[in-house]
Structures are given as structure tokens and as C-alpha cells.
Design a protein. Sequence first.
Length: 196
Amino acid sequence: MMKKRVYLASRSPRRAELLQQLGLETIFMAADVDESPLPDEAPHDYVLRLARAKAETGLAALQAQGGEALPLLAADTTVAIDGLILGKPEDDDHARGMLLRMSGRWHEVHTGVAVASASGVHVRLSTTRVEMTTLDEATIQAYIATGEPRDKAGAYGIQGLASTFIRRIEGSYSGVMGLPVFETSELLKQAGISVL
């Protein structure tokens, strides 16, 4: 049986792993876009805009190269609290500030997913509420020292050591990881790829 294949406009090993769990082979495709938020842009609008932009950029590159006609998937994830977008930390102090802000509180994780295919670009949003336990300074410093927060939106990865900080979630666990499986499979189905 031939494996189903999709282009992935992302360098995220977590997204590739989630697609692999769905039985999909991924072909990595660069789709670099400016990830700066627009003035007063809501976090959910931000991730939807970036997911669409990455899909459109990847599709244009594929068409220019004459690449195989396969669906192209793109996604963007951000953490938000108090209406603020918490992207990837610039340094350890920035990571510390993010973790302190979320300590003992609820925050939201927004992931926009876009699939580009012959039928156009379709986008879906996943929003998950996450409650983080209260973190003391020693725990924050020990976590930062692991290096795990450096390339993660909101300075933590739910699938890593920070899983011990999460009291509960309301929504999609895979969405917090960076690729909501339900929304992704629905979009792929629209593009002609069924995971089952």
C-alpha cells in the first residue's frame, strides 16, 4: 500500500511526528514569512494569518519549482495571556518573564492550520485553554537551564518537561503541541487525503 504524502511548510519535528502518527509521509518545504504581529492583532487572527501566509508562500514555491501536486500543510501556534501574544522567547530572561506571567493562571494556545491544494487554501483554528501550576523561581530557573523553552511559543513544550507544570487543559492536546489533529484531518479530507 502506497503511503499518503503531504508537503509540510514547517521545520517542526513535532508537527512531522504528528503527521507520521496519522500515517502520512511528510516532505519538508521551506515557507519563510514575517512573523511579526500586526498592531492590535488578536492572537487567533495572528495564527490564522500566518498559517495562510505560510501555505500560500509554500504553494508559490512549489509551483515555481514544478513540484508534485500534493496538498501542502502549514501551521502556526502562539500562546496568549491577558490579550498578549507570547511568541518564542528571545533569551532566558524573556522565557522567565513568560513563565512567571503564566504561573498559577490559565492561558490560551491558538494554532492556525492551513492546507493548500487544487481546491484552494483552507484554514482552521484550534484554541485550547491551559492551566499552569504556580511555579517558584528555582523551578523556572531549572527548566530554563534544560534549554527546552528556547524554541517554543510561550517558552514551554507541553510534550516535554513542562508537562509537569500543566494542571489541566480544555481543548486539543495536539493543538498545544503545534498541530491539532482533528482540524488537520478535516482539512486534509477536503484536499482529498483521508487518514482512514
